[in-house]
Write a protein that binds this ligand. Structure first.
Ligand code: CA
Length: 502
């Protein structure tokens, strides 16, 4: 089998760099035919750490499907979420821009609640929008966590604008997190199974909740937020993974004849950690690890569907997580691997993630890449996969990963990356160096309040010799600290860090 680049494809609205598959039989060309545009499936799980998967060195958890994905694709060791918590990472994945650039629209430095308006402005160039422009059918299944509507959403009415207004043709998921209200599924613009005689009232304002008699209890347990009503629409925690997986597979089945883009966002392994009974106790490490098995099963079901429909060979599957893990007592299992810190923190454990990409024939199987990459890079990658050039200002911080994935020795690679904590504080990485403007803020949610007039305590770490971020060399290498501080300031001010040629 020899694969050559083709010039164009006439069946889709835009020129797509389709590949010609030419079979050789007895040394002669037997046939040549254009290959269909690749499907793209992005699986973004929740709170899974770098060290949670077997293919990243875990020995106690069970992730055979993810390990197989890595064996058949490329595994990255230096991949990052752009933030150490859910909402801003999801924002940057879907827009190709750092979330802190978007202060003006009410984001983008922390975790959104279930009463948040839509946080991606309608009209923004988005990852699904890029795919849609190339003629793809686009779908989002799972955790949304980016708000609905233009103000506080009314869950009894149309939840618009939402995913369908920023590039997705289909949406099924829940509004925020599995520990946040309202505890209901949404399909398209509507809550699924809502009884109009039992309307949903939901707030995160304790005073309003007290005045209106809204409670902390929903779908069988205490949650973040306050609500009443909506009981017929409540999810069952144990069944969320089955429901999301069924919806993801259903989207693939419905759209098997067209090129499709699926953004599949499982709730696993975010707390409350309530796996389905068939996974409960399966690892002996506790509910979180059991949920990791459930996640692995979900990924396996999606892969099985692709294989059953003969789509696996022409589908780019990317798997990653939105932020690092919050370690629990898991019998010496280290969910963030060797990295310091955890979810919400600027230390590597907060945002260095598993990242696996599989695309048979295009990505060499079993390769490992140590290149610095980020989830914000998926938008420019999607544009490249579909042969589109991004306009100035689109996906402003996104680097095209396709050359790295295809093993191009001339690949233009990211050499710096800005990371954000759960409180919105920043650090910057360049090459082996990582600079913190103030180490007092590195612990994210666990950092105490900044004392007035307390001078900043800058940090500089050499990840090449000190991957555990233990030795602050700020005073030893002032010239490097100065260079990174200046780079951070410059990139914060600049409108874009994306290279001119994505
Ligand atoms: Ca998360």
């Amino acid at each position: 089998m020899l694969v050559l680049p083709a010039l164009s494809d006439m069946t889709f609205p835009l020129r797509i760099p389709i590949l010609l598959a030419i079979s050789f039989v007895g040394g002669t060309v037997a046939r040549a035919q254009p290959q269909a545009p690749p499907n793209v499936v992005v699986i973004l799980c929740d709170d899974v750490g770098w060290g949670d998967l077997g293919c990243y060195g875990a020995t106690k958890t069970k992730t055979p499907n993810l390990d197989r994905l890595a064996a058949e694709g490329m595994r990255f060791t230096d991949a990052h979420a752009s933030a150490a918590v859910c909402t801003p990472t999801r924002f940057s994945l879907l827009t190709g821009g750092y979330s802190w650039r978007r202060d003006a629209v009410g984001l983008n430095k922390g975790v959104a609640n279930g009463d948040s308006p839509l946080l991606i402005p309608v009209g923004t160039t988005t990852l699904p929008g890029i795919m849609k422009k190339a003629g793809y059918r686009t779908g989002a299944v799972g955790k949304w966590h980016l708000g609905f509507g233009t103000s506080t959403p009314d869950y009894n009415q149309d939840l618009s604008p939402g995913p369908l207004e920023i590039g997705f043709d289909e949406f099924f998921g829940f509004p925020a997190t599995n520990d946040r209200m309202p505890t209901v599924y949404v399909r398209g613009h509507r809550v699924v199974g809502l009884d109009p005689t039992d309307p949903i009232r939901c707030t995160y304002d304790a005073k309003r909740a007290a005045a209106e008699g809204l409670g902390k209890w929903a779908a069988g347990r205490g949650r973040i937020g306050f609500m009443s009503g909506g009981k017929a629409a409540f999810w069952k925690d144990e069944d969320i993974a089955d429901t999301f997986t069924r919806e993801a597979v259903g989207f693939i089945e419905r759209n098997k004849e067209k090129p499709f883009f699926l953004y599949f966002a499982p709730h696993d392994v975010h707390p409350p950690t309530i796996p389905h009974p068939r996974f409960l106790g399966s690892t002996g490490l506790g509910n979180r690890a059991d949920m990791l098995s459930e996640l692995d099963w979900s990924v396996g079901e999606v892969m099985k569907a692709l294989e059953r429909l003969d789509l696996a060979k022409n589908t780019l599957v990317i798997f990653s997580s939105d932020n690092g893990a919050t370690p629990t007592n898991e019998n010496d299992h280290l969910p963030n691997g060797p990295w310091r810190g955890k979810k919400s923190q600027l230390w590597e454990g907060g945002h260095r993630e598993p990242f696996i990409a599989r695309w048979p024939g295009h990505i060499a199987a079993g390769k490992t890449s140590d290149d610095l990459v980020c989830l914000v890079d998926l938008s420019a990658t999607a544009a490249a996969v579909t042969g589109q050039k991004l306009a100035e200002g689109d996906a402003p911080d996104s680097f095209n990963l396709l050359p790295i994935l295809s093993g191009d020795p001339k690949a233009l690679k990211r050499d710096s990356l800005i990371m954000m904590s759960g409180k919105g504080d920043l650090a910057i990485r360049q090459g082996q160096w990582k600079y913190f403007p103030d180490l007092a803020l590195a612990n994210g949610w666990d950092a105490g309040p900044k004392k007035p007039n307390q001078p900043a305590n800058p940090g500089l770490f050499d990840l090449a010799t000190d991957p555990g971020e233990k030795r602050n060399v700020f005073k030893d290498r002032p010239e490097i600290a100065k260079r990174l501080a200046s780079l951070l300031a410059q990139q914060q001010t600049a409108r874009s860090t994306r290279p001119a040629t994505p």
